[in-house]
Every structure is written in C-alpha cells, then in structure tokens.
Design a protein around this ligand. Structure first.
Ligand SMILES: [Zn+2]
Length: 1003
C-alpha cells in the first residue's frame, strides 16, 4: 500500500468528485426515450385545469421556447412505458426539464403535473423534476409557469420584470427534455452515500482519524466501481462505503430534529396569484414524498395558504386533510400569514391568531402550539403576551441571525415581553430555514449552538423555501444516513412539537431575553412603500370603527352585524401584513395590487361605517359627530356620538418677519421661511437656536438590499429644506411651499382653538431616487430614553449610543406616537401612517443637549420595485406638549380616528364606559362564533398597575374574561374573572396586560 500513502487527501477528493460527475451521474439513468409533447399557451392569466384541458394543443418538443415572463404554457405528455421497463433495481419515471437554471427552485420556471381526470400528481422543479410512471400508457398534463428570476444575483439593480406591463413578451424558457427514463436505484443510493460522506468529511478536523477513514473508504469506492460497467458494479461501491456509514454517532453528538418545511413567501418577487400555484406545487410534492417515505413529516404555517388550496385545489386539500389527521402534515404557527411583527397594529396581530387558529381548528381540529416566524424582520416586544394569550407556548424564528452588528447570545431561551409574559423560544443554530441536511449545515448547527453543555438539541427546517419547492427525496436520504453517523450530529425527522418537548425537558432553566428582538438589518422596511403602509394603517382603523358601530347597533337591536364583510376585510388586511408586503420589499405588481385592495376596502368599510352611524343616529337633520377613539375628541365622549361642532382653527398673525399661531394655550412661532422656531406652552419646546418640522433629504443608497436596508451612512449627507418657495397665511392655516430637485412639498400648519397640539399636514410630490425624506423635531427635552408605541403598549429605547446594541438601533419602528419627557414635562410626536423613526441625543450650537425626534416619511429604493414611493403623498403629524405617555396616546388615537359627521337625529350613548384613563379600549366587536356575544379588548397603557370599572349601557346576562380566541382562559397570563348579570365589572390590570372581556346578552 506504499503508493497509496503518497496520495494527498486533496487528490483523492478531486478523484471522487470527478468519478461522481463523469461516471455515476450518467449511470443514474439506465435507459431513456423521448415522449410525445403538445402545448397550449395561455393568453394571459392562469386558468383552471378544466379550462386548459379543453383547448387545442399543438405539437412541440425539446428546443421549443415557451411563454413570456409571467406566462403559462400547458404541455400534454403522452407515451407508453415499454414492456420490460422497471424491475427490482430500477424505477420508471417521466423526467421533465422546463429549461431550468442552476438557481434555487422557486425563482424560475416551475410546473405542476395533472392526470387527465384533473387530479394532481406533483410539482416539477429543478432538483425535483421526475414523476413516477407506472406500467402502461402515460398521459399527463404539465402546467408550466414561466416565472422570471426577478432578482438574479443583485438586490439593487432596477428591473422591469416585477410588473407584467414592463416585463416584456419574449419567451423566457426553452423546453429541454420530456423523457421516460429508467432510474438505477443502486447507483442513486451510492450517490447519496457519497454525498453525505463527502459533506461530513469536509467538516471534520483533518487531524481526526475519522476523516481519513472516510476518505479512504471513498477511494476504495472509486476502485470498486468499474467505470465502464457502473450499473453492474455499483453494489460493490456501496459495500466499500458500508463500514464508514455503519459507524454510530458519538454519544455526545448534537441532536437535530429535522422538520420538513417550505418557507413559501405569500408574495415577494411574485404576486399572490403565483403563490397560490407555488403552494399547490410544493404541497403536492410533499404528499408525493409522504407516499415514498413513511417517516417524513412536514410543517406548514399560514392558514391563508391552506385556505387558498381549499378554494383552488379542493382535491389536494382533502389529501392534505388526511395527512394532517395522521400528524404528518403539521399546521404550525397559528397565524393567518407569517406577518411582519413591527408594523401591524395590536388588534391586527391578535386577529392573525384569531383567523389563523380559527381556520386550523375548524378545518383540522388542530391547534398549533408553536408560533412559526422564521423570516420576519425583527420581533415586537408585544408578541410574547399575544402568543401566550392566544394559547401558544413556543416561538421559532431564525432571522435574528442576520443581524449585522451583535449576535443574539441564545438559541434556546425564554423570551419576555413588555408585560412580563414569557414564551419558550428557539432560533435554529443552523441559520437557515431552507436546509438540505448537508454535512456543512449539520455541522454548523452543532458548532453554533449557544447552549452547548446545557442542552444538546436543535431544530433544522429542511426543504427549498422562499419561492417553494419543499423537501426532496435526496434530503430524506440524507436524513436516513445521518440518523446515527460517527462525526455527524444525529438527525431525526420529527414534528416541531417533538423538538419543543425535548428542548424543554432537556433544558429546564434557560436564560431570558427581555424586550424586543430588534433585527440589526432591514431598517428601511419601516418606511419603504409608504402607500402600502398608509393603506394598512387606515384599514386597521376603519375596521375598528366598523366593528365598534355595528356591535353597538347590534346590541341595541338596531341591525345585523356584517360578519361576512368584516371577515373578508380582515383577511385582506391580514394577508397584506405578510412579511414582504407591508414591509415594502415586494415587486411593483404586489404593491400595486395591495394599494388597489386598500382602496377597495376604504370604500367598503366607509360604506359600512356610514350605514351603522346613520342607523345609530336615527332620522333627523342634526350634525352628529361620531368618535370611535377611546379618548374624548372634539367634545364627544369616547365610543359615542354627540351633536357638536368641532373647534375651529386660529388664524395666523404676522409677527416680526414671520407668523404666529396662538390660541392662548400654546403659541407656535414661524420665521420668514415658515420654519417652526418656537412652540411654547409655558415653556419652550423647540431646542434653542433650532427649528422644528424641518424636512430633510438624505442620500439613501443601501449596501446590499435596496428596499430593505437603511444603512447608517445615510446620516452623513443631508439637505435641509429651510428655504420656502412661498409662505401663505390662510384664514385658519399657514401653508409653506418648498421644493427639492424634482420634488415639491407643502407643509400646512393648523392650531385648533383650545388645543395644546400643532397639526402638521405634509403634501409631497416625490420624484427622487435613492433618497430618504425625514421630518425633524429638535426638542428642548433632556431624555435618556424615548417611548415608542407598539402593539398594546410601548417600549423604551435609549436615545444614546453607549453600547454596540444601542448604536445598531439607529432606526426604529413606532406606531401612532413617540414620547420623550422629563419629570412633569414632555413632548409627543404622533403620526397617521409613518412607522420609521430615529430619536437621538443631539448637541445644539451652544453645546447643550437636546432630543431630536425624526419621522422617516418616504424612501425611494430601486429594487425590487424601481418606482417605489414615487408620486403624491399626504402624511399627517402632530406635535404636542405631553407630560406623560397618556397625552401621546390621546393624540395618536385622535389623529388616526378622526371624528366623522353624519346627519341624524341625536347623540349616541357609548356602549361602554371605562373609568380609568390608563385602560384603553382597543376593540369592540361581536364574537367570532357568531353567538351575538359582545367582545371587548382592553389593555393597560401606562405600563403600571391599574383598575377600571367597565360600564355597559345594555343589560347583559353574564360577563367573563377570555383568551384572545374568545375562549375560557387556560393560560396563566390570561386572568380568570366572571360577573353575573349586570353586576359591576371591576378589572385589575397588570402593567400592559391585555384583557378580553366577553358578555352575553340578557334574553
Ligand atoms: Zn420570507
């Protein structure tokens, strides 16, 4: 063996690679013959099978180009499996290559195979392009989608492919092959042996005998297989590897629970209509794989995706239902979609679970216990309470591993929310939700696992995701080979529940991470695609109004609650909170559709609200003002209507070379260029020598991900729009016109009689590229930290940059308001549709500190939508003197829920009154089960303890607290209280506690 000893490891590895590429691969197919193919190209949007099958097909074949971008071509494949094909070591298959590229499945051409009766066989993707062929005739239809590769390798270059109108009309793909083949199973398994062993070997330390042992076994395999008679000698090759494959794992090997998965983005570089087909392709692949591998388990989140399959592919849905009952197709997550969590409002985040879990319970009798958000862009500190109050106990994500600056110190830990609720959380240390169970990935999971020595198990989601595809048989073969393999983590295919049970029992005292899990990346997603964000904010508040007024009318016997309309509206809003729609990271097609959907919702919900209000106000000619906010507005009590006249606004008065708005409560001073140089309420709020409400334009050229990222270097290049084109003093407003480059701006300032807040309306006609627009408020407030509204409460974030964690948090998300304060004094900046903010310590010219609050109004990234944010926008901001967060909250609600006037008979008493200003009504609705029960969602808003009396205007039979799904509480975070008929309802709240109160009507 002397010769062998002189070979280097690298030489042997090169030999093995070449042997696999040139000898084993070609031997995989023992025989092949082309099949007959005819085609029909769909003129435009996809059609169902029943319609496609009736069309006239024309002959085609390999080499034929097919379908423009976003097009569909149906191929009809016919032939016969000849006598003598198939046998003990071979399997007959139809292999289709639609013109696949080397890119990952889901970002290119894809197919779905049907039988002539319309039943679905499976999907066709690169790396998963075979369909079983039985003996006898072959008769298959392939629905081929020519989805363009929108991103290519760059997430910065503008592309026309994201919009059907600009994507072009030249065929995108060329049909490469449609063959009947005989696959050699021994060669196939030999290749899988080599793949797993090679992957493992490369991860092992070169000094380990195990590594050399695998290398030598691979070498013996190359010797054992006759390169000219691979089929006849492949078995000898497998025997050469049998010894190293049989050697069991170390007792201390890291344990991996591998969960089959396909992270299908509900829209992203494709529209939702394509996601529906992606789901059909992936889920049918999964069902086919389940037939082949009895231990295969697949976890799938997003009730929306199941609902699409139920509607569009009922036959497939029934097959999924069977596998769900067996516990192999596992609905996880419990949300309607894998939503963003920074931006959705509190009630919307609750409804993600109400609608998601409601669907899973109704359709499958199954309630997911684990919240599944592998890919959202940071996680709100409100989530632990919402997860627990929705009846779930575990949380999984992976995205935090993308943080650029700091590494999360844990992989298995308790996550604690603003109210103190904790949820058991796992970040898969494999750092991907699309694993292929390769040696490299398994080794990474073991190497990175932070709880090493305390716990020894992690979850690995495997399967092609993002654009779909899902797990493949190669991945299942990898799992089988690494069940117990020396040097490798052990792999067991199992359910998420299986993982969480083991993780909990093996790690009884995990560490705790408190507060938000901020993603140190993708900070532009709080701002990109402002119209989509505004649509979301408006829709959330319109839904609140519609539910409140209809619940009030229904409980007074004045009308029937519009369950169907409200359900449908909620589902649109919930879908569009998906983590690539609301964050603004989708193609033009998706955002155009989202804006159309929001516009339609505004019309429908506006009509619903109007109908309820007219019903409640009764006939008459009085001007009745409805206030849906939980705070008094324009003299109208919360949740009520009154005959009232909103206060007018004061007229601007010239003063020196500027103007003043003064109502006796506050005084706003403007200079000759319309800059707000003073805002005084006893004390000056604008920092000395500074101006507030200043528009600032920044260079905004992200390093890598255009729509996603705002990188810190944006701060270095600012243009302040301090010069006015015109300042016009109207009867009740001051209008300032400004311009920059090709964009124009109009700032409208109004001060209402008696108000302590300045209303600022910003009209923008935006024609910039890669620029960021901010509105700046340097405030004479000394604040170490700022409060930002999140769902059902607020978070405090430091205004300084002491640590790397503070530094990395240079742009943050807030909901309706932010607040900075000193003891007994402070300021609020509220908005009607803005989420991105930065709130920092600044130094004025005289060296004193001030607190600078800035809203991020608009961006203009060029990828994936080259026209993002272009055109007209109207954004509203309020600057207010606010000693506490409750004044900020007051302004935030009133700005987002302006009173509505209708002509009617008279005032409307509120359905309920809440005695404590710290306790806020977030939703009033009728119960999801359509029993007619009233459901009221309340929360404590100051972050302290509070008690409140809830007075209900109508007689009730019983009242009790429930979980978020309106059920009897089963979780310690949900309080258990009940009241008899018309008994006074007194509730004690923990800090930031959410309470769901349910009342049944008196008979
Ligand atoms: Zn995603």
């Amino acid at each position: 063996m002397a010769v062998l000893m002189h070979d280097t490891a690298a030489n042997i590895e090169t030999r093995v690679e070449r042997f696999v590429r040139e000898r084993l691969w070609p031997a995989l197919e023992r025989r092949r013959r082309p099949l007959d193919v005819t085609a029909w190209e769909v003129p435009d949007e996809p059609v169902p099978f029943a319609e496609a099958v009736r069309q006239t097909y024309v002959p085609t074949g390999p080499g034929a180009p097919w379908s423009k971008p976003w097009g569909t071509t149906w191929f009809h494949v016919t032939g016969e499996v000849p006598q003598g094909w198939g046998g003990p070591d071979v399997v007959a298959e139809v292999v289709v290559d639609l013109g696949f590229s080397a890119r990952q499945p889901g970002f290119q051409a894809e197919g779905l195979v049907f039988r002539p009766d319309g039943s679905i066989v499976k999907g066709l993707e690169p790396l998963n392009n075979a369909v079983p062929a039985g003996p006898g005739p072959i008769d298959l239809y392939v629905e081929a989608a020519s989805n363009p590769d929108v991103a290519g390798d760059a997430f910065t270059a503008p592309t026309p492919l994201g919009d059907k109108a600009t994507a072009g009309s030249e065929p995108l793909y060329t049909l490469r092959r449609v063959d009947l083949v005989e696959r050699d199973l021994t060669v196939y398994h030999l290749m899988r042996d080599v793949w797993t062993l090679t992957g493992l070997m490369r991860e092992l330390d070169p000094s380990l005998p195990r590594r050399a042992e695998i290398l030598r076994a691979l070498e013996r395999m190359c010797d054992a297989v006759d390169p000219d008679r691979v089929a006849e000698t492949a078995r000898d090759g497998r025997e050469a590897l049998a010894g190293v494959l049989a050697s069991p794992a170390y007792p201390s090997a890291h344990r991996v629970v591998a969960v089959g998965h396909a992270h299908i983005d509900s829209a992203w570089l494709w529209p939702t209509r394509e996601t529906i087909r992606k789901c059909a392709r992936t889920f049918s692949n999964v069902l086919a794989l389940m037939d082949e591998y009895p231990d295969f388990v697949f976890a799938c989140s997003s009730a929306q995706q199941y609902a699409w399959i139920k509607q569009h592919y009922p036959e497939l849905f029934e097959r999924i239902r069977v596998r769900v009952a067996e516990g192999r197709f596992v609905p996880v997550g419990g949300m309607w979609v894998e939503s963003d969590t920074n931006l959705p409002g509190g009630e919307a985040l609750v409804r993600q679970f109400v609608h998601g879990k409601g669907f899973f319970l109704r359709e499958f009798g199954h309630e997911p216990d684990e919240v599944w958000l592998p890919d959202s862009f940071g996680y709100t500190a409100a989530l632990p309470q919402i997860v627990r109050a929705a009846g779930s106990h575990s949380f999984l994500t992976q995205k935090i591993s993308w943080s650029e600056t700091n590494r999360m110190p844990h992989h298995t830990f308790w996550w604690e929310g603003i109210d103190g609720s904790r949820v058991f959380t796992h970040f898969p240390p494999v750092d991907t939700y699309n694993s292929d169970l390769s040696g490299a990935e398994l080794a990474r999971a073991q190497r990175q696992y932070a709880e090493r020595g305390l716990s020894n198990v992690s979850l690995v989601p495997f399967g092609f995701g993002d654009g779909g595809g899902g797990p493949t048989r190669e991945m299942m073969e990898a799992a089988a080979r690494t069940r117990s393999l020396e040097g490798s983590p052990t792999v067991e295919v199992g359910t998420p529940q299986r993982f969480f049970d083991e993780a909990r029992s093996s790690h009884p005292a995990p560490a705790t991470w408190s507060g938000e899990m901020y993603l140190e990346l993708h900070r532009g997603t709080y701002t990109t695609q402002a119209r989509t964000k505004q649509g979301n904010r408006r829709s959330e508040h319109l839904l609140r109004e519609a539910e409140l007024w209809w619940a009030t009318a229904a409980w007074r016997g004045l009308g029937d609650y519009p369950y169907e309309e409200l359900d449908a509206a909620w589902r649109t809003v919930l879908l569009q909170q998906f983590h690539d729609i609301l964050p603004g990271s989708s193609i033009a097609w998706v955002h155009q559709e989202a804006e159309r959907n929001y516009a339609a919702l505004a019309g429908q919900l506006g009509a619903l609200i109007d109908r309820a209000q007219r019903t409640l106000a009764g006939p008459g000619t009085s001007r009745v003002l409805f206030n849906a906010a939980p705070v008094e507005a324009d003299g109208v009590p919360p949740l009520a209507a009154a005959v009232a006249t909103p206060a007018g606004c004061v007229a601007p008065v010239a003063s020196g070379d500027g103007w003043v708005l003064d109502n006796g409560v506050v005084r706003a001073g403007f200079d000759r260029d319309g800059l707000l140089v003073s805002f005084r309420a006893g004390r000056e709020l604008v920092a000395e020598g500074e101006a507030a409400a200043v528009l600032q334009v920044f260079r905004d050229i992200p390093n890598r991900w255009d729509a996603w990222d705002l990188d810190a270097h944006y701060q270095r290049h600012v243009t302040e729009l301090r010069e006015a084109d015109a300042v016009e003093a109207g009867a009740d407003e001051l209008v300032v016109r400004r311009s920059f480059h090709r964009s124009t701006f109009e700032q409208v300032f109004r001060l209402a009689e008696g108000a302590d807040q300045l209303d600022i309306e910003t009209w923008i006609d935006w024609h910039e590229q890669e620029k960021l627009l901010k509105l700046s408020f340097p405030l004479a407030v000394h604040a170490d930290r700022a409060a930002s509204e999140i769902q059902f409460g607020h978070v405090h974030r430091p205004t300084h940059a002491n640590t790397s964690w503070d530094t990395a948090r240079f742009e943050t998300a807030a909901h309706r308001w932010v607040h900075v304060g000193e003891p007994g004094f402070g300021a609020a900046v509220a908005n009607d549709s803005t989420y991105g903010h930065d709130i920092t310590r600044r130094w004025t010219a005289d060296g004193l500190t001030c607190t600078q609050v800035r809203q991020s109004l608009l961006r203009a990234p060029r990828f994936p939508d080259p026209h993002a944010d272009q055109g007209r926008h109207v954004l509203r901001t309020v600057l207010r003197v606010a000693p506490t967060v409750l004044e900020a909250l007051d302004s935030g609600y009133r700005l987002n829920l302006p009173v509505r006037a209708v002509e009617g008979g008279g005032p409307v008493e509120p359905l309920l009154r809440v005695s404590s200003p710290a306790v806020v009504v977030e939703a009033v609705k009728l119960a999801e089960d359509r029993s007619g029960d009233l459901v009221v969602r309340l929360y404590e808003a100051r972050g302290g303890r509070a008690s409140a009396r809830v007075e209900v205007s109508e007689s009730f039979a019983r009242a009790w607290t429930t979980d978020l799904l309106e059920r009897a509480p089963a979780e310690p975070v949900v309080q258990t209280s009940a009241w008899a008929a018309d008994e006074p309802i007194e509730i004690s709240f923990r800090p930031f506690e959410i309470v769901t109160l349910r009342l049944s009507r008196a008979a």
